[in-house]
Design a protein. Structure first.
Length: 391
């Protein structure tokens, strides 16, 4: 088999879908039945995903027109439609001599009319929960995802929950969709206080003396209910173990940021904003509890990162999160502030529950690896390859 990877998401430092794409490529390249791998970015082939210069947006005046159009997508529906038409046409033209390659769109998108295509659909919240996204993002992604369904030979999801969503909502054939679970970096592991003291000192945090949330500051993450639940904790608990929030400011965040500011004034919230990628493993390992009552996740990688770090987890019972957490975490109804507060207090104050959650979490985290992700992905590639050999 021969593969073309869409590497648009791969930007250093690696996060999210970029990390998924990078790790998948590195593990897939080891398989003997893969005879060639090419990398495709901004509608052109690049030589090497290790070359960080290749993975930066071009800055010359002659850079691809499509990169300019992207800047206007959030402001204009017309720009969305122009971008979709240009992107589909240029991508197809650039790939016309590679029809015997499987093209893997790792981030929702596929070029039109490529004969062998696999796409990863990480979630479909733009369909199921459009109120949690900007209107322009919803319009753009809905059209792109529907086009990918039409083009794809096979579809990959990060969890069974999203696979079942695709089947029930869009009537897609069950045998067209496969699941390949994600993994986290080896840097997420238990660490003793001495090992991470310098990092925690920079943020003025005490080892095992805080709760942690990581992720974008936006409505889908249910931070309003998390903050209300934390505020409802006894003063002695929330003052002893403040809630530390890490992440970019996302869409429609003004009300949440005001609640964060109020909590900071009262002394039980710390907002660190964006932190360097290299600091995250230390923050996860240094936390007493990880809190993540999200309304919807396509996988919920932070839950896995917390378990792998030896940190107990309180998370939502919704979407993909039970697949990741298994029996190792405390689940909450994300709409029930009292339930969230009760489970957080349990997680912070019950030493016996802490010990069991740490042990169970480490065992659960071992079930996920990039090697497993690559194995499950290879099964889907082989199905796509055989489907076209028979046609």
């Amino acid at each position: 088999m021969k593969l073309i990877f869409s590497v648009d998401p791969v930007k250093f430092p690696l996060t999210g879908i970029g990390r998924y794409t990078y790790e998948l490529i590195k593990h897939i390249e080891k398989y003997d039945d893969i005879s060639d791998v090419k990398y495709y970015k901004n509608n052109r082939f690049i030589e090497d995903i290790e070359n960080k210069n290749d993975l930066k947006e071009e800055q010359s005046p002659k850079k691809n027109l499509l990169l300019d159009v992207k800047k206007f997508i959030a402001k204009s529906q017309l720009a969305v439609d122009i971008y979709r038409k240009l992107n589909g046409r240029v991508s197809t033209d650039g790939l016309e001599d590679f029809g015997d390659y499987i093209f893997h769109g790792t981030n929702f998108y596929l070029p039109k009319n490529h004969r062998r295509s696999v796409v990863t659909i990480h979630d479909i919240s733009v369909f199921t929960m459009p109120h949690y996204h900007p209107k322009e993002r919803v319009n753009y992604l809905q059209k792109e995802i529907l086009q990918s369904f039409d083009v794809a030979t096979n579809i990959i999801t990060d969890c069974h929950y999203v696979k079942e969503e695709l089947i029930s909502r869009f009537g897609l054939p069950k045998d067209k969709i496969g699941t390949a679970y994600l993994a986290c970096e080896e840097a997420f592991r238990p660490r003793d206080e001495r090992e991470i003291k310098d990092c925690l000192d920079r943020y003025q945090l005490a080892y095992k003396g805080f709760s942690l949330y990581t992720g974008t500051i936006e409505p889908r993450k249910n931070l309003a209910n998390l903050l209300d639940a934390y505020k409802a904790l006894p003063d002695r608990v929330k003052q002893a173990f403040p809630l530390v929030l890490v992440g970019y400011k996302g869409w429609n965040n003004a009300p949440i940021m005001q609640r964060i500011a109020d909590g900071e004034q009262e002394g039980w919230v710390r907002y660190l904003g964006y932190v360097p990628e290299g600091d995250l493993p230390s923050l996860f390992a240094g936390a007493r509890l990880f809190t993540f009552p999200s309304h919807y996740e396509g996988f919920g990688l932070p839950v896995l990162e917390a378990m792998a770090s030896g940190t107990p987890v309180v998370t939502s019972e919704r979407s993909s999160l039970p697949e990741v957490g298994g029996d190792a975490v405390a689940y909450v109804d994300p709409d029930d502030i009292g339930d969230i507060a009760q489970k957080i207090e349990l997680g912070l104050m019950d030493d016996e529950w802490q010990k069991q959650a740490i042990l169970s979490g480490l065992q659960q985290a071992q079930k996920f690896s990039w090697k497993r992700c690559a194995q499950e992905t290879m099964q889907i590639y082989r199905k796509a390859h055989l489907a076209h050999d028979k046609s």
